[in-house]
Design a binder for this molecule. Structure first.
Ligand code: UDP
Ligand code: MG
Length: 324
């Protein structure tokens, strides 16, 4: 199979048929062997019925339905787990991403040997204030902290080599930073391609202003995790030991002073150095402990899914449904 088109969706009933027909047109004219994987992220409208209908007429349509809304990242995660194509394309279900871009992206992965090609909505059709400006700032911060030179991290339209999606874990709301995850996993050939972008035709955006707060928190997390996630002891251990030594220094000074230099002077507990020594040693040992616990957790952690699948279409179950 050449291509898996992974489409996460939440309440997009009006767009699905149109999107499906358009993708199929593109697939046919390029003679691709393909699958379209719809991941229904807990829609409360008739989206799933539309997908069922589509899967009846087109055996290349597969569907995964979540029991409730788990978020776009988890939907992508489920899609990546199931996808079988050599190249995986992700796109939004709202017709903002143009299926005509798929052959071009496919070529870049197969011919130019890129690991990941991210779409770049150079000309956007979203509102200026609520999206364009914050997203510029956001992309700038992501570029600075990650070193991945992309203009548009959050573009839904991306193409991946199969290996890449099988080796990254899209947790939390990390769908915004998949290129960073890929880079952290060791994939270096990351490129971007200017893609067409349309205004949303039906429905409305599923992410409000909270996207920016969450986005920045996720950015801090990913920066932190990529730097120290695999070796928490190097950060917490070092800081903890340093703090502890500072505290110990003050404690020794107080002790020596009291015992040998000025035994009749002020009580140790009346001196400010005492409190510095106390807090520094306490914080130091706490930090050391945090680093140690972090190391223990890393050693015992298994990769767990954080979603629950309720149904699958045209798909032999690869993973047993898991409860939380
Ligand atoms: N989406 C999803 N789960 C969610 C929120 C969104 O699967 O919890 C899907 C949504 O249906 C769409 C894609 O993610 O296919 C992008 O969402 P949206 O168009 O609302 O985001 P925007 O284009 O405004 O960034
Ligand atoms: Mg959209």
């Amino acid at each position: 199979m050449n291509l898996s088109i992974v489409i996460p969706l939440l309440n997009e009933e009006e767009s699905l048929k149109e999107l499906h027909d358009w993708i199929v047109r593109v697939m046919r004219s390029n003679h691709f062997l393909y699958e379209i994987l719809f991941i229904d992220d807990g829609s409360t409208d008739t989206s799933w019925q539309v997908i069922e209908q589509l899967s009846r007429t087109n055996e290349n349509v597969k569907g995964i339905r979540f029991l409730r809304n788990f978020g776009k990242s988890q939907a992508l995660h489920a899609g990546f787990d199931t996808a079988q194509g050599d190249v995986i394309i992700t796109m939004d279900a709202d017709l903002q991403d143009n299926p005509e871009e798929i052959p071009g992206l496919y070529e870049l992965i197969t011919k130019e040997n890129y690991d990941l090609v991210s779409g770049w909505k150079k000309k956007r059709y979203d509102s200026l204030i609520s999206k364009n400006l914050p997203s510029k700032l956001f992309n700038w911060a992501a570029r600075r902290t990650s070193g991945v030179k992309l203009h548009d991290f959050n573009c839904g339209l991306k193409a991946y080599k199969k290996d890449v999606v099988k080796n990254i874990e899209v947790s939390g709301e990390m769908h915004r930073y998949i290129p960073v995850l890929a880079k952290n996993a060791g994939y270096k050939n990351i490129a971007e391609k200017v893609v067409q972008h349309q205004a949303r035709k039906y429905g409305k955006t599923k992410f409000g202003m909270s996207r920016f707060i969450n986005g920045f928190l996720d950015l801090i997390t990913i920066w932190f995790v990529s730097k120290f996630g695999k070796r928490p002891m190097h950060l917490f251990g070092a800081m903890g030991v340093l703090m502890f030594l500072i505290g110990l220094g003050f404690a020794l000074y107080l002790g020596i002073d009291k015992l040998f230099i000025d035994p009749t002077g002020r009580l140790i507990t009346d001196r400010p150095q005492f409190y510095i020594a106390l807090t520094a040693m306490l914080i130091g040992s706490q930090m050391f402990l945090a680093g140690f616990l972090g190391e223990m957790i890393i050693r015992s952690r298994k990769n767990e899914a954080r979603y629950t699948i309720s149904e699958k279409l045209n798909e032999s179950a690869q993973r047993e449904p898991q409860s939380l």
